[in-house]
Design a protein around this ligand. Structure first.
Ligand SMILES: [Zn+2]
Length: 148
């Protein structure tokens, strides 16, 4: 079975970022009307805080009862059997795929300290944002360990 992909309503920006970190294709549309979300849903699952909207999406709708990010993430992980794929994390800003790049390529794009401390860098193929495994990486692992 291919990995599920997701469309999230405007209330779920943090959850979208976390699903991207875990490597899942997750579109988050802040200003879209409910009916527009249903129109563009396609093969994706709709994650929403709106119970009625979830029902309107039928089997592709998933209602999230809690406001709490950990609870939301656990619910989605459990429902869809997700596993963190940290080796193919997506861009948290735009959902684009990341690509490992030679260190020299990012020299002008990150601070000097960051550049000298790290050996591996990735950039987003869509928006160009640069990623590396900094201190926040440990926090990410901790949260994922906690919920899975
Ligand atoms: Zn991006």
């Amino acid at each position: 079975m291919p990995d599920p992909s997701f469309l999230l309503d405007g209330m779920l920006g943090s959850l979208a970022r976390w699903l991207r970190i875990m490597g899942y294709d997750s579109n988050y549309l802040r200003d879209e009307e409910d009916s527009a979300l249903l129109t563009i849903l396609g093969e994706r699952y709709l994650l929403t805080r709106d119970k009625q909207l979830a029902q309107r999406a039928g089997p592709r709708g998933f209602y999230l009862e809690s406001d709490d990010l950990d609870v939301q993430l656990s619910a989605v992980v459990e429902r869809f059997g997700l596993r963190p794929h940290l080796e193919r994390t997506r861009c948290t800003a735009c959902n684009g795929p990341l690509e490992k790049v030679p260190k020299d390529q990012v020299k002008e794009k990150v601070e000097e300290g960051t550049w000298s401390e790290h050996q591996e860098f990735w950039t987003c193929r869509e928006c160009g944002k640069v990623y590396w495994h900094g201190a926040h990486w440990k926090n990410i692992r901790n949260r994922l360990d906690r919920i899975s």
